[in-house]
Design a protein around this ligand. Structure first.
Ligand code: SF4
Ligand code: SF4
Length: 439
C-alpha cells in the first residue's frame, strides 16, 4: 500500500521535470530567434566575469543592504535545496532521511540548512518591508504594476512558505524521533526548529500527519517554483550565469559598427576606389540586411538573453539621467518590453508553426520619445547587477529609425545636414572649421 505514495511521487517528479524541460526548450528556441553574434573570445576573462558578478554577486553589494540580503536569500535557497536530493530519493524509494548514515556531517548539514532557512525567512520579510512599507521608489515606477508587481511579491511569499514548511517538517520529525515513532530514525540537528517543536502536539499520529503534509507541500512547492521560473523575472536565478559569461567585454561606451556602413566608409576613403563602380551582380535574390532593429529578430541572441535575464530590480532606471529628469525613458521598461515581444513572437510561432506577420514590432510598445531620451551615458549598463546592456537595444532601435525610416528628431536632422555639408555638426562654412585653433 505504501508504494502508492512512491508512485505518486514518481509521477509528480516526471510532470515537474517534464514541464520544466519543455519550458527550457522554449526559452532556448526564443533566444535563438536573435541574430548570431560571436562571443566565444577571451574565455578566461569571461569565466572570471561570471564568477565575480553572477556567483560572487560583486555588483549587487554596491548597495550593501539589498546586496547582502540578496546573497543570503540566494545562497540559502540554493544550499537548502541540496536537501531536495534526499527528499527525491526518500520520495522514490520510501526511505526516510536516507543520508543519515553520514552521522555528524549529516547533523551539521541539517543544522546549517535550518540556520540558512531562518536567515532566508528574515531576509525575505525585510525585502517585503522595503517593497511594501518603505516603498522604495524604484519598485513603484509605472512599469511595475500588475504582473511585474505581483511576480515580485509571489516569489517572496513562496520563499516564506517553503522555508516555514522546511522548519515545521523538521520540528515534527524531531518530536517523532523523541517519541520513538517507527521509521523516524534519530538523525539531524535542529537549532531553529527545536523552538517550534514545543508548539506542536505530542501525539504520534497527529505529528506524522503534520510531518508528511509539510514534506509533500514543500516538495510540490519546489516543483511549482521550478516551473514558475519561466514566467517570472526570477529566471535570472538560472540565466545570470550565461548572461554574465556572454556579456560585452569591450570598454564601456565602445559602440559596435555596422559592417555594411564600415565597408562603405572605407570605400569612400579609399583613393583608389572607383566612385562610379556598379556593385557586382549576385545570382541569389539576397535581401539586403536591415539597418538596426525594429523587432526582436533583428536583435542578437545576447540581447534577447539579456531581456529574459532582467531581474526588474530597477537599479538601471534609478541611475538613468533621462528618467531622473522626468523623461519617458526607463531602461528597465525597455528590457521588459523586449521580453514581452519575444514571448509574443514565440507564441505566434507555437500557434502557426512559423512566424506569421502580426503587424507589430518593438515600436508597438517602445515609443520614439523613450528612444531619443537616452543620453547614451551607459549608467544603466554600469549599474546592472547581471551585466545587461539596455543601451545596445536603444542604439539598434535608433539606427533603424535613422537609416531605414529617416525619422530622426529635427535637431539631429539639422546636425546630419551640417555634417554632410560642412563636415562639422555646426552651421559654419567648411573653410572656417579650423578657425578655433587660431583663437
Ligand atoms: S544609457 Fe540611456 S538608458 Fe542608460 S542610463 Fe544612460 S540615458 Fe538612461
Ligand atoms: S536591466 Fe539590470 S539593472 Fe535594469 S532592471 Fe534589469 S536587471 Fe535590474
Amino acid at each position: 500500500m505504501h508504494y502508492i505514495s512512491n508512485i505518486l511521487f514518481a509521477i509528480l517528479l516526471v510532470i515537474g521535470i517534464g514541464f520544466f524541460t519543455k519550458n527550457v526548450k522554449k526559452l532556448i528556441r526564443n533566444i535563438k530567434l536573435g541574430k548570431d553574434i560571436d562571443r566565444s573570445d577571451n574565455s578566461s576573462q569571461r569565466w572570471k566575469n561570471m564568477t565575480n558578478v553572477a556567483l560572487g554577486q560583486s555588483k549587487m553589494v554596491r548597495r550593501p543592504v539589498a546586496g547582502i540580503l540578496h546573497i543570503i536569500v540566494y545562497l540559502g535557497f540554493i544550499i537548502i535545496n541540496i536537501e531536495v536530493i534526499e527528499i527525491i530519493i526518500d520520495g522514490l524509494f520510501g526511505t526516510h532521511r536516507v543520508f543519515a548514515f553520514a552521522g555528524g556531517l549529516y547533523n551539521f548539514l541539517i543544522g546549517s540548512f535550518e540556520i540558512l532557512a531562518f536567515l532566508v525567512f528574515i531576509s525575505v520579510i525585510i525585502f517585503w518591508i522595503r517593497r511594501m512599507i518603505i516603498r522604495i521608489p524604484r519598485f513603484w515606477n509605472k512599469e511595475m504594476t500588475s504582473w511585474p508587481k505581483n511576480d515580485a511579491l509571489n516569489i517572496l511569499y513562496f520563499e516564506m512558505v517553503l522555508m516555514s514548511l522546511f522548519l515545521i517538517m523538521n520540528a515534527a520529525d524531531q518530536n517523532l524521533q523523541l517519541l520513538g515513532a517507527d521509521h523516524y530514525i534519530k538523525a539531524g540537528a535542529f537549532p531553529i526548529s527545536k523552538h517550534i517543536a514545543g508548539w506542536l502536539p505530542q501525539n504520534i499520529d497527529t505529528l506524522i500527519i503534520i510531518e508528511r503534509a509539510a514534506w509533500w507541500i514543500h516538495i510540490i512547492g519546489i516543483f511549482i517554483f521550478l516551473n514558475y521560473l519561466y514566467y517570472s523575472k526570477h529566471l535570472h536565478v538560472l540565466l545570470a550565469f550565461p548572461n554574465t559569461y556572454y556579456a560585452n567585454l569591450n570598454p564601456i561606451g565602445k559602440l559596435n559598427n555596422l559592417e555594411s556602413v564600415t565597408n562603405e566608409v572605407k570605400m569612400m576613403l579609399d583613393p583608389n576606389a572607383d566612385p562610379y563602380a556598379v556593385p557586382e551582380e549576385t545570382e541569389t535574390d539576397e535581401v539586403p540586411e536591415k539597418f538596426g532593429a525594429s523587432d526582436v529578430v533583428d536583435l542578437n541572441w545576447v540581447q534577447l538573453m539579456n531581456a529574459y535575464t532582467c531581474t526588474e530590480c530597477g537599479r538601471c532606471t534609478s541611475v538613468c539621467p533621462a528618467n531622473q529628469t522626468g523623461k519617458e525613458l526607463s531602461p528597465r521598461a525597455i528590457m521588459m518590453k523586449t521580453r514581452d515581444r519575444i514571448e509574443e513572437v514565440g507564441k505566434n510561432i507555437d500557434l502557426n508553426g512559423t512566424f506569421k506577420e502580426d503587424e507589430k514590432s518593438l515600436f508597438t510598445t517602445i515609443s520614439n520619445e523613450e528612444i531619443w531620451a537616452c543620453t547614451s551615458c551607459n549608467a544603466c549598463v554600469e549599474e546592472c547587477p547581471v551585466e545587461i546592456d539596455p543601451l545596445s537595444i536603444i542604439v539598434d532601435l535608433r539606427r533603424y529609425l535613422v537609416m531605414e525610416q529617416s525619422s530622426a528628431p529635427q535637431e539631429l536632422n539639422m546636425m546630419f545636414t551640417n555634417i554632410e555639408n560642412n563636415g562639422a555638426p555646426w552651421q559654419y562654412n567648411q573653410m572656417d572649421r579650423l578657425n578655433w585653433k587660431d583663437e
